[in-house]
Design a protein around this ligand. Structure first.
Ligand code: GLY
Length: 355
């Protein structure tokens, strides 16, 4: 799998046109959702020849529409409007648009060209980079998909100005994860700030540093056979919190679930691998202050553990597999943890977050 071109710039129109010129497609399509159709597309059309001349495909906004019906609608427009294997799809939006658009493009005529232009911090720092594409199926998230790197990703902070503080903080949780995977000084500088206070230029530099942590890992293991599992830090517990919140019909943003999951998994890192307690407390204090606490009690433990057990990253039905840290920047993948340790970690998470 070839390595992905990443362009960090706030001259987004120029960057898209340069990438398109290099690809020389016979036809350009741009996928937007109803939000980016209103707030982003009109900003790009005057500054990008490629976007201005593209056939626009509009999909519904939201994770519930990241499904086969929406994908079929994308394939239908590509087909009816004469896309060939030499055509290009530009995905302009958050994670739903980049995941589903890249999946539709990767499978149409066995693969057309793809440019991702993420418009949310969460998509910029995670979904748009690294080649995981896909859609939900039934109740299962990202159940159908393929690995296919976008040919180019244009990353900017330009469109974040319309994001809420909650959405920004949600994306920042993935940056905290990358900081924990990188080194102490990166992590310390991230927890010295609140993302909503960071100026656009500084945020672009931090975004670059953060995305390069992911890119480095993905380049070493594009299809998650080994070290890419380190990017799951915080997510085995985090997905369980996210699913529990969904089952209670009171969903929480992905990054808020991941932030709570990071606390649980750093506690497990401390129990299993002697991760330093001082850093655990520092991280938990920041997460408590910025993300608050996702409320759960010991009555929720069996359900949380069942959700962790069903995580598709586990290799067998009996194991619960975590990515843990010996120290910041020192990762250990494939740690099988037993239920008693998970219950102890959930107890300590509640203590640390004041739940
Ligand atoms: N979101 C984690 C990964 O791309 O592997």
């Amino acid at each position: 799998m070839k390595t992905q071109e990443l362009v960090f710039t706030n001259n987004v129109g120029e960057a898209i046109d340069k990438a398109v010129e290099k690809m020389n497609p016979n036809k350009v399509f741009v996928l937007v959702d109803v939000n980016t159709a209103t707030f982003v597309l009109p900003r790009l059309q005057p500054v990008s020849k490629a976007v201005a001349g593209a056939t626009v495909i509009t999909t519904k906004a939201g994770d519930i529409f990241k499904n086969i019906e929406s994908t079929q609608a994308i394939w239908r427009t590509l087909s009816e409007d004469g896309a060939t294997r030499h055509s290009l799809l530009i995905n302009l939006g958050g994670g739903v648009v980049t995941d589903m658009g890249a999946f539709a493009a990767a499978t149409f005529k066995r693969g057309i060209k793809i440019i991702n232009v993420p418009t949310t911090l969460l998509a910029a720092v995670d979904a748009s980079v690294g080649g995981k594409t896909g859609i939900n199926f039934g109740n299962l998230k990202n159940e159908i998909g393929v690995f296919r790197q976008a040919d180019s990703v244009v990353l900017s902070t330009l469109f974040f100005s319309t994001m809420t503080t909650e959405e920004m903080r949600s994306g920042y949780a993935e940056m905290l994860k990358h900081g924990l995977l990188k080194d102490v000084s990166t992590f310390n500088s991230l927890i010295a700030k609140h993302v909503e206070d960071i100026a656009a230029d500084e945020l672009l530099a931090l975004l670059r540093e953060s995305v390069l942590v992911k890119k480095h890992i993905v380049d070493a293991d594009p299809e998650e056979k080994g070290i890419r599992k380190s990017l799951n830090l915080g997510h085995t517990a985090g997905h369980a919190f996210e699913s529990l919140a969904m089952e209670r019909k009171s969903p929480i943003p992905h990054g808020y679930a991941v932030a709570t999951g990071l606390v649980t998994e750093l506690v497990l890192s401390h129990i299993k691998l002697q991760f330093p307690s001082e850093l655990l407390h520092k991280c938990a204090a920041y997460i408590k202050e910025v993300y608050g606490a996702f409320e759960f009690t010991c009555d929720d433990y069996p359900r949380l553990i069942a959700l962790m057990r069903h995580d598709k990253k586990n290799q067998s039905a009996s194991d619960i597999n975590f990515t843990l840290l010996r120290a910041i920047g020192d990762v250990q993948i494939d740690c099988v943890v037993d239920e008693n340790d998970i219950k102890a970690a959930l107890d300590i998470t509640r203590d640390l977050l004041g739940i």
